[in-house]
Ligand binder design. Structure first.
Ligand code: FES
Length: 383
C-alpha cells in the first residue's frame, strides 16, 4: 500500500477503473466523485448492499471488515487501494398493484404485487416497497412455494407485526388493488456463478431470499451441491414445506426445517446453526434472517474460509401509537379478527380480508437485534 501524504490524493481502482479521491473519503463517495456507482442502499452500514472486496491496498474499514471485504459506505481511503464488486442490475423505480394476499402461517402472509414494468432482479436480492400512503419497507421477492416464478410480479413473505405501520395495515388498509412504488433491486446476497457447494441458511421469512437462490441454483446450476436449512420458532410457522419438497425433488442434497419449540415428528429440533455441515474453502454460504442467526453463521463460514453473503434483517423501530393504531383501524374499516384469520393456501384474497406482514419481529427476538455495524435495511417483518 502507498499511504496518502497530507493534501495528496489517493488512487482508488474500482472494477478496473482508477480514480483519485481525498483521504478520508468513503469508497462509495469516492466512486461517485469519479462517476462510478458502487451499489449501495442505506449508507449507514445496515444493509450490506455495498460490501466490496478489497483486492489490494488498505482502507480504514471502520469495523466492517469480514475476510477480505469491507462496507464501501463506511470504509474510507487512507492510501491507494483496489476494490471489486459484482456487477448488479441497475436500481430502478417501478409502480405496482397488489393483486393477491394470503395467510402462510399465523403471523406470516404472502403479498403479491404485479409490476407495471419488468425489473431485473438477481435471485436473493431485495426490493424497497412503498405501499401508497405508507413508508417504504424492504422485502425479498420469492418464487411461489410450488416452484413457479413470474417475473412480472413480486411475491413477498411478510411477517405480521402487531402495531407495525405497514405490516399491521396489510389486509386492512392495504388490500388487493392497493398501489405501490418499488425501488430495486438491492442487496448483495445473491446467487453468483460457481461450482462449489451452496450452503443456504435462513430464519423466519429470511426463507424468501434463500428460496429464491435455491430454486434458481437448482435450475441454472444443477451440478452444484445444495444444502438448505431453514429455522422457525414454532411448527405452525413452517410455511415452506412444499418448497422444501420441490428442492428435494430437484436434486438438493438436503432441504429441511428446524423448529425451536415443540417440533413434533416432522421437523428437526433446534436452530439452523445446530445443523450446519462442516464448511470449507470451496463452499459458498448465503444466510438470511435475524442478526443473531446471520452473525453466527457468518462467523463459522469466515472461520472455515468459505465465501459468505449475508442478508441480515432488522426491525423497523417505527410502530404506531395506540391512537395511531385506532385511527388506522377506523380508516380501514376492518376488524383485527377479520384480518388475522388465516385462510387456506391457494384461496384468492378477493373473497375477503386477509393478513400479510414481513421482516423481523422484535417482540419475539429481542436478543437477535443486529448491532449497528452489521445491520441491514429496516423492515417490519423479517426473520
Ligand atoms: S449502503 Fe453500505 S451497508 Fe447499506
Amino acid at each position: 500500500m502507498s499511504g496518502a501524504k497530507s493534501g495528496s490524493k489517493c488512487r482508488l481502482t474500482i472494477n478496473g477503473r482508477t480514480i483519485e479521491a481525498a483521504p478520508g473519503t468513503t469508497l462509495v463517495d469516492a466512486g461517485l466523485s469519479g462517476r462510478i456507482l458502487v451499489p449501495h442502499d442505506c449508507l449507514t452500514g445496515q444493509c450490506e448492499t455495498c460490501r466490496v472486496r478489497l483486492v489490494s491496498g488498505s482502507v480504514d474499514d471502520r469495523g466492517t471488515r469480514i475476510a477480505d471485504t469491507v462496507l464501501a459506505c463506511q470504509a474510507t481511503l487512507i492510501g491507494d487501494a483496489t476494490i471489486f464488486f459484482d456487477e448488479v442490475p441497475p436500481v430502478l423505480r417501478v409502480g405496482g398493484t397488489v393483486t393477491d394476499m394470503r395467510s402462510l402461517a399465523p403471523d406470516i402472509a404472502e403479498v403479491v404485487v404485479a409490476l407495471n414494468a419488468p425489473l431485473e432482479i438477481l435471485p436473493g436480492q431485495y426490493l424497497n416497497v412503498r405501499f401508497a400512503g405508507f413508508p417504504g419497507r424492504d422485502y425479498s421477492p420469492a418464487p411461489d412455494l410450488e416452484g413457479g416464478y413470474d417475473p412480472g410480479e413480486a411475491r413477498l413473505h411478510v411477517r405480521l407485526l402487531p402495531g407495525g405501520i405497514v405490516s399491521g395495515a396489510i389486509g386492512r388498509a392495504i388490500r388487493p388493488g392497493h398501489k405501490a412504488q418499488i425501488r430495486g433491486p438491492l442487496g448483495a446476497a445473491f446467487l453468483r456463478p460457481g461450482s462449489g457447494p451452496l450452503i443456504l441458511v435462513s430464519g423466519g421469512t429470511g426463507f424468501a431470499p434463500v428460496w429464491s437462490v435455491a430454486r434458481a441454483a437448482r435450475l441454472s446450476q444443477p451440478g452444484r451441491d445444495l444444502f438448505l436449512v431453514t429455522g422457525m420458532r414454532r411448527r405452525e410457522e413452517v410455511y415452506m414445506e412444499s418448497a422444501l419438497d420441490w428442492l428435494i425433488d430437484h436434486g438438493a442434497l438436503e432441504a429441511f426445517a428446524t423448529v425451536e419449540e415443540d417440533p413434533g415428528n416432522r421437523f428437526r429440533p433446534g436452530r439452523p446453526t445446530h445443523y450446519l455441515p462442516s464448511l470449507g474453502v470451496d463452499d459458498t454460504v448465503i444466510v438470511a434472517g435475524s442478526a443473531g442467526l446471520v452473525e453466527a453463521v457468518r462467523r463459522k463460514a469466515v472461520a472455515a474460509g468459505a465465501r459468505v453473503h449475508a442478508d441480515p434483517f432488522v426491525a423497523s423501530r417505527e410502530t404506531l401509537s395506540m391512537v395511531g393504531r385506532l385511527m388506522q383501524s377506523l380508516r380501514s374499516g376492518a376488524s383485527a379478527e377479520s384480518i388475522l384469520s388465516p385462510r387456506p393456501q391457494g384461496v384468492s384474497a378477493e373473497a375477503g380480508p386477509l393478513p400479510g406482514g414481513r421482516r423481523f419481529e422484535p417482540a419475539q427476538e429481542p436478543a437477535e437485534r443486529r448491532p449497528a455495524s452489521i445491520g441491514r435495511r429496516a423492515g417490519e417483518g423479517g426473520s
